[in-house]
Design a protein around this ligand. Structure first.
Ligand SMILES: N[C@@H](CCC(=O)N[C@@H](CS)C(=O)NCC(=O)O)C(=O)O
Length: 202
């Protein structure tokens, strides 16, 4: 299998962490796109949305959207599932994944609006609008930390990847004071070898 990636992407990181945790990392060749320009040129050939991650299976099938790729990988191993089949738990962990990924997308949009355009086009209210989503989302997740160990692993993993990305893109955003349970959990989760080996620092 081939995985199109860039090192800072929280969505790619979900896939990379999971591949390590389920022992499949040796079956995946990572194609690391060197720049945003390369990503914009290359990815529409595989994903109409032009986004990473995309996973190319050995028979040429293309999978994109991190949630789809992760669920596919989950079907390839016999260990504890990241996507449990028991419905009560499944909806909760899928919802948590959706919220965490949504926060990740809001961070990307805020960052693009703030740092990736000429200054005269920077419109602060649009950035605040996105960062409010991030803050509300983190508060909601902070209230769920006590249940994380009863969930399938994909939800908490998505949360950790999103927080790693938030700290990378907006290091000055103070979120830990208001979300102490989440901050404590995140610190411990980051000690996992798969998290450590996929950490990105510019
Ligand atoms: N919902 C998608 C989000 C993927 C995404 O936003 N990837 C970003 C990089 S972190 C990207 O490829 N951006 C390029 C673009 O939007 O053109 C997923 O879960 O895979």
């Amino acid at each position: 299998m081939k995985l199109f990636s860039r090192p800072a992407s929280p969505f790619v990181r979900k896939v990379r962490v999971m591949a390590r945790d389920i022992g499949l990392v040796d079956q995946i060749d990572e194609i690391i796109l060197a720049s945003p320009e390369e990503m914009y040129a290359e990815m529409p050939k595989y994903n109409p949305l032009g986004k990473i991650p995309a996973l190319i299976l050995d028979d040429g099938t293309v999978l994109y959207e991190s949630k789809v790729i992760c669920e596919y990988l989950d079907s390839l191993h016999d260990g504890e599932k990241f996507f449990p089949s028991e419905l009560n738990i499944r909806w909760k962990t899928l919802l948590l994944q959706g919220l965490a990924d949504g926060i990740g997308e809001a961070i990307i949009t805020a960052w693009m609006n703030k740092f990736n355009r000429p200054e005269k086009f920077v419109y602060e209210p649009a950035i605040s609008f996105q960062l409010e989503k991030v803050k509300r989302g983190l508060l909601e997740i902070n209230g769920q930390v006590g249940d994380f160990n009863k969930l399938g692993k994909i939800g908490p993993l998505s949360v950790a990847c999103t927080i790693g990305y938030l700290d990378f893109r907006f290091p000055d955003l103070v979120w830990r004071d208001q979300n102490q349970e989440l901050a404590k959990w995140y610190l411990t989760f980051c000690e996992l070898p798969s998290m450590r080996s996929t950490e990105f620092k510019s």
